[in-house]
Ligand binder design. Structure first.
Ligand code: FAD
Length: 175
Protein backbone atom coordinates (compact mmCIF):
# COMPACT_ATOMS: atom_id res chain seq x y z
CA UNK A 1 0.00 0.00 0.00
CA UNK A 2 1.22 3.51 -0.85
CA UNK A 3 0.30 6.81 0.77
CA UNK A 4 1.52 10.35 0.29
CA UNK A 5 0.56 13.90 1.18
CA UNK A 6 -1.68 15.26 3.91
CA UNK A 7 -2.79 11.82 5.10
CA UNK A 8 0.76 10.87 6.20
CA UNK A 9 2.90 11.73 9.17
CA UNK A 10 6.50 12.50 8.25
CA UNK A 11 9.87 12.29 9.99
CA UNK A 12 11.01 15.61 11.42
CA UNK A 13 14.76 15.44 10.81
CA UNK A 14 16.15 17.19 13.89
CA UNK A 15 14.38 15.07 16.53
CA UNK A 16 13.86 12.02 14.33
CA UNK A 17 10.21 12.08 15.35
CA UNK A 18 7.03 11.58 13.31
CA UNK A 19 4.99 14.78 12.99
CA UNK A 20 1.99 15.98 10.98
CA UNK A 21 3.18 18.58 8.46
CA UNK A 22 0.45 18.84 5.82
CA UNK A 23 2.02 21.05 3.16
CA UNK A 24 2.01 21.06 -0.62
CA UNK A 25 5.79 21.02 -0.82
CA UNK A 26 5.90 17.66 0.99
CA UNK A 27 2.89 16.24 -0.86
CA UNK A 28 4.55 16.92 -4.22
CA UNK A 29 7.84 15.29 -3.25
CA UNK A 30 6.07 12.31 -1.72
CA UNK A 31 3.82 11.85 -4.75
CA UNK A 32 6.85 11.73 -7.01
CA UNK A 33 8.56 9.19 -4.72
CA UNK A 34 5.39 7.05 -4.62
CA UNK A 35 5.31 7.10 -8.41
CA UNK A 36 8.90 5.91 -8.66
CA UNK A 37 8.36 3.18 -6.09
CA UNK A 38 5.09 1.91 -7.58
CA UNK A 39 7.11 1.33 -10.75
CA UNK A 40 9.76 -0.65 -8.86
CA UNK A 41 12.04 2.08 -7.54
CA UNK A 42 13.31 2.41 -3.99
CA UNK A 43 13.23 6.14 -3.33
CA UNK A 44 12.74 7.45 0.21
CA UNK A 45 11.23 10.68 1.47
CA UNK A 46 13.99 12.36 3.44
CA UNK A 47 11.89 14.13 6.04
CA UNK A 48 10.95 17.68 6.94
CA UNK A 49 12.22 20.57 9.03
CA UNK A 50 8.88 22.31 9.56
CA UNK A 51 9.80 25.03 7.07
CA UNK A 52 6.79 27.24 6.37
CA UNK A 53 6.06 30.73 5.09
CA UNK A 54 3.09 33.05 4.70
CA UNK A 55 2.14 36.71 4.55
CA UNK A 56 -0.66 39.05 5.62
CA UNK A 57 -1.60 41.97 3.40
CA UNK A 58 -4.25 44.60 4.07
CA UNK A 59 -4.51 48.29 3.26
CA UNK A 60 -1.05 49.73 3.90
CA UNK A 61 0.21 46.64 5.72
CA UNK A 62 2.47 43.90 4.45
CA UNK A 63 3.69 41.41 7.03
CA UNK A 64 5.57 38.20 6.30
CA UNK A 65 6.28 35.31 8.67
CA UNK A 66 8.34 32.16 8.29
CA UNK A 67 9.82 29.38 10.37
CA UNK A 68 12.09 26.39 10.08
CA UNK A 69 13.31 23.82 12.58
CA UNK A 70 12.43 23.75 16.27
CA UNK A 71 11.00 26.49 18.46
CA UNK A 72 12.43 27.12 21.94
CA UNK A 73 9.87 24.90 23.69
CA UNK A 74 10.25 22.01 21.23
CA UNK A 75 14.04 22.18 21.45
CA UNK A 76 14.01 22.28 25.26
CA UNK A 77 11.56 19.37 25.45
CA UNK A 78 13.82 17.42 23.09
CA UNK A 79 16.69 17.74 25.59
CA UNK A 80 18.79 20.38 23.87
CA UNK A 81 20.69 22.97 25.93
CA UNK A 82 18.94 25.88 24.25
CA UNK A 83 20.35 29.34 23.59
CA UNK A 84 18.39 31.86 21.54
CA UNK A 85 18.08 35.54 20.73
CA UNK A 86 16.06 37.95 18.62
CA UNK A 87 17.78 40.43 16.30
CA UNK A 88 16.12 43.20 14.31
CA UNK A 89 17.68 44.16 10.99
CA UNK A 90 16.65 45.22 7.52
CA UNK A 91 15.99 43.61 4.16
CA UNK A 92 18.15 46.22 2.37
CA UNK A 93 20.75 48.84 3.25
CA UNK A 94 19.46 51.69 5.41
CA UNK A 95 19.43 54.27 2.61
CA UNK A 96 17.40 52.11 0.18
CA UNK A 97 13.71 53.10 -0.08
CA UNK A 98 12.60 49.47 -0.36
CA UNK A 99 14.13 48.52 3.00
CA UNK A 100 11.72 46.88 5.41
CA UNK A 101 12.34 45.57 8.93
CA UNK A 102 13.12 41.94 9.61
CA UNK A 103 13.11 40.39 13.07
CA UNK A 104 14.92 37.09 13.34
CA UNK A 105 14.75 34.63 16.22
CA UNK A 106 17.56 32.09 16.16
CA UNK A 107 17.87 28.97 18.32
CA UNK A 108 20.90 26.70 18.80
CA UNK A 109 22.26 23.99 21.08
CA UNK A 110 25.00 25.22 23.45
CA UNK A 111 26.72 21.82 23.65
CA UNK A 112 27.08 21.04 19.94
CA UNK A 113 26.56 24.62 18.65
CA UNK A 114 24.20 23.08 16.08
CA UNK A 115 21.55 25.39 14.65
CA UNK A 116 18.10 24.19 15.77
CA UNK A 117 15.62 26.72 14.41
CA UNK A 118 14.96 30.14 12.95
CA UNK A 119 11.80 32.27 12.85
CA UNK A 120 11.26 35.47 10.88
CA UNK A 121 8.71 38.29 11.12
CA UNK A 122 9.10 41.28 8.83
CA UNK A 123 8.04 43.36 5.89
CA UNK A 124 8.27 42.72 2.15
CA UNK A 125 11.14 40.49 1.03
CA UNK A 126 11.89 39.27 4.56
CA UNK A 127 10.38 35.81 4.98
CA UNK A 128 11.89 33.88 2.07
CA UNK A 129 15.28 34.32 3.76
CA UNK A 130 14.19 31.38 5.91
CA UNK A 131 15.47 29.09 3.15
CA UNK A 132 19.08 29.92 4.02
CA UNK A 133 18.42 28.70 7.54
CA UNK A 134 16.58 25.63 6.24
CA UNK A 135 19.61 24.69 4.14
CA UNK A 136 21.86 25.03 7.20
CA UNK A 137 19.51 22.84 9.24
CA UNK A 138 19.29 20.26 6.45
CA UNK A 139 23.08 20.02 6.44
CA UNK A 140 23.17 19.77 10.27
CA UNK A 141 25.53 22.73 10.37
CA UNK A 142 26.39 24.94 13.33
CA UNK A 143 25.45 28.49 14.17
CA UNK A 144 29.12 29.34 13.45
CA UNK A 145 28.77 27.92 9.91
CA UNK A 146 25.77 30.17 9.33
CA UNK A 147 27.59 33.17 10.78
CA UNK A 148 30.56 32.77 8.43
CA UNK A 149 29.23 31.29 5.17
CA UNK A 150 29.40 33.21 1.90
CA UNK A 151 26.03 34.90 1.27
CA UNK A 152 25.24 37.57 -1.31
CA UNK A 153 25.16 41.31 -0.62
CA UNK A 154 24.28 44.48 -2.53
CA UNK A 155 22.34 47.46 -1.07
CA UNK A 156 18.92 46.77 -2.67
CA UNK A 157 18.86 43.16 -1.50
CA UNK A 158 20.44 42.90 1.94
CA UNK A 159 22.64 44.49 4.56
CA UNK A 160 26.37 43.75 4.59
CA UNK A 161 25.65 41.28 7.38
CA UNK A 162 22.59 39.54 6.00
CA UNK A 163 19.83 39.56 8.65
CA UNK A 164 19.94 35.82 9.41
CA UNK A 165 23.71 35.89 9.42
CA UNK A 166 23.72 38.83 11.82
CA UNK A 167 21.51 36.85 14.19
CA UNK A 168 23.83 33.84 13.87
CA UNK A 169 26.93 35.95 14.53
CA UNK A 170 25.41 37.42 17.68
CA UNK A 171 24.30 34.03 18.94
CA UNK A 172 27.71 32.56 18.15
CA UNK A 173 29.38 35.36 20.16
CA UNK A 174 27.00 34.84 23.07
CA UNK A 175 27.62 31.10 23.20
C1 FAD B 1 -6.12 27.38 1.75
C2 FAD B 1 -4.89 26.53 1.71
C3 FAD B 1 -3.67 27.14 1.43
C4 FAD B 1 -2.52 26.35 1.39
N1 FAD B 1 -1.32 26.97 1.12
C5 FAD B 1 -0.21 26.23 1.10
C6 FAD B 1 1.04 26.84 0.82
O1 FAD B 1 1.14 28.06 0.60
N2 FAD B 1 2.15 26.06 0.82
C7 FAD B 1 2.09 24.71 1.04
O2 FAD B 1 3.14 24.06 0.99
N3 FAD B 1 0.90 24.10 1.30
C8 FAD B 1 -0.23 24.83 1.33
N4 FAD B 1 -1.43 24.21 1.59
C9 FAD B 1 -1.46 22.77 1.85
C10 FAD B 1 -1.49 21.99 0.56
O3 FAD B 1 -2.50 22.45 -0.28
C11 FAD B 1 -1.70 20.51 0.87
O4 FAD B 1 -0.73 20.09 1.80
C12 FAD B 1 -1.62 19.65 -0.35
O5 FAD B 1 -2.54 20.05 -1.32
C13 FAD B 1 -1.87 18.20 0.04
O6 FAD B 1 -1.85 17.42 -1.12
P1 FAD B 1 -2.58 16.03 -1.12
O7 FAD B 1 -2.35 15.48 -2.48
O8 FAD B 1 -2.16 15.22 0.08
O9 FAD B 1 -4.10 16.33 -0.86
P2 FAD B 1 -5.11 17.22 -1.75
O10 FAD B 1 -4.39 18.31 -2.51
O11 FAD B 1 -6.19 17.62 -0.79
O12 FAD B 1 -5.66 16.22 -2.83
C14 FAD B 1 -6.54 15.19 -2.45
C15 FAD B 1 -7.45 14.94 -3.66
O13 FAD B 1 -8.21 13.76 -3.41
C16 FAD B 1 -9.54 14.01 -3.80
N5 FAD B 1 -10.38 13.06 -3.08
C17 FAD B 1 -10.74 13.07 -1.79
N6 FAD B 1 -11.50 12.01 -1.48
C18 FAD B 1 -11.60 11.27 -2.62
C19 FAD B 1 -12.23 10.06 -2.94
N7 FAD B 1 -12.96 9.37 -2.04
N8 FAD B 1 -12.13 9.62 -4.21
C20 FAD B 1 -11.40 10.28 -5.12
N9 FAD B 1 -10.78 11.44 -4.86
C21 FAD B 1 -10.87 11.93 -3.63
C22 FAD B 1 -9.79 15.46 -3.45
O14 FAD B 1 -10.87 15.97 -4.19
C23 FAD B 1 -8.46 16.07 -3.86
O15 FAD B 1 -8.45 16.46 -5.21
C24 FAD B 1 -2.59 24.98 1.63
C25 FAD B 1 -3.83 24.38 1.92
C26 FAD B 1 -4.94 25.15 1.95
C27 FAD B 1 -6.27 24.48 2.25
Amino acid sequence: MWAAGDCCEVIERIRGKYVLAPLGTHANKQGRICGYNVLGGSHAFRGVLGTAITRFVSAGTHMEVARTGLGTREATEAGYDVESLVTVGGTASGYMPERSPIATKIIADRRSRRLLGVQIVGGAQSAKRIDTAAAVLWGEMSVDDLATMDLSYAPPFATVWEAIQLAARRLSDRM
